[in-house]
Design a protein around this ligand. Structure first.
Ligand code: DGL
Length: 296
């Protein structure tokens, strides 16, 4: 917001929420880190679950969806936007930054790809890094670029996992099918001899224990929620945007474009904290259809 720490933003802005979004429940693994690391902040989380999975969408569709979500969250006066979805970050981060910087206060946007890529490069000892991600994220090449920016000599082995996010959502309690699917996706990583694996989809931390067993305990598994939460803390502090709350914890609330009950039931597992109320909302074509229906 063009502020520096010596000039805090106006109090009403500092008391505003941080906006977070994903295609559904996956981004709750990121929200979990934010709630733990930044307890004084308020958050509003938007789950675009009516249009899940994002990982099978085109880059143009993802950019359009992300801009619709951003407009909705801006209308709710967010002071910072966190894209808790790798597919949306990979496709839409530049467009989101351009749109949000045009607003009166210039809201900043942070995504999951860069913090995970930087941490992976810092963690690898043999220079061989693996990536598990949706087809949209792999095809965008955004991890390959972010890793090459951090160290051009690191060799990246990317594995697109077309069904893994959906299998994780449908898979509780996890059965042999989930185990077999995860094992198949780890095969190219074992063959490539990677010592570090980035979970390039915010659903995948739910199968982290399984992955660690299959890959071996010496392999570093990188989850971007933790470094991203540090980045959020840094940006809020450096721009004079941190919430001035002195006592107690902040509030968090949920918006969902799909089935709110299904979101709440599944979301509790991903968030590992109580979920509370979930408000239903419509975006894009759904909203225009509903408004035309209401006008008739
Ligand atoms: N959680 C989303 C991500 O990080 C992927 C899930 C989906 O395909 O919608 O990419």
């Amino acid at each position: 917001m063009g502020q520096d720490a010596s000039q805090p933003a106006p109090e009403e802005v500092r008391r505003g929420p941080v906006g977070v979004f994903d295609s559904g429940v996956g981004g709750l693994t990121v929200l979990h880190e934010l709630l733990v690391q930044l307890p004084a902040e308020d958050f509003v989380y938007l789950a675009d679950s009516a249009r899940f999975p994002y990982g099978a969408r085109t880059q143009a569709e993802l950019e359009r969806f992300a801009l619709q979500v951003a407009d909705e969250l801006l209308a709710r006066r967010v002071k910072l936007l966190v894209v808790a979805c790798n597919s949306a970050t990979a496709a839409a981060l530049p467009a989101l930054r351009a749109r949000l910087m045009q607003t009166t206060l210039g809201v900043e946007v942070l995504g999951v790809v860069q913090p995970g890529a930087v941490q992976a490069v810092a963690a690898t000892r043999n220079g061989r890094v693996g990536l598990l991600a949706t087809p949209a994220t792999v095809e965008s090449g955004s991890y390959a670029r972010a890793i090459a920016d951090a160290d051009p000599f690191v060799k990246l082995t990317s594995v697109p996992c077309p069904d893994l996010a959906a299998i994780i959502e449908a898979g509780f309690p996890f059965d042999q099918h989930v185990v077999d699917t995860v094992r198949d996706y780890t095969t190219p990583l074992r063959e490539a001899g990677v010592d570090t694996v980035v979970l390039g989809c915010t659903h995948y931390p739910l199968v982290r224990p399984m992955l660690q067993r299959m890959l071996g305990r010496r392999v570093n598994i990188i989850v971007s929620g933790d470094p991203l939460a540090h980045q959020v803390e840094h940006v809020l502090g450096a721009r004079g945007l941190a919430n001035p709350r002195e006592r107690g914890e902040g509030n968090y609330s949920f918006l969902c474009t799909g089935d709110t009950e299904a979101f709440r039931a599944l979301g509790t597992r991903f968030l590992q904290l109580p979920l509370g109320a979930v408000e239903h909302l419509e975006l894009g074509a759904d909203r225009r259809g509903a408004m035309a229906g209401a006008a008739r």
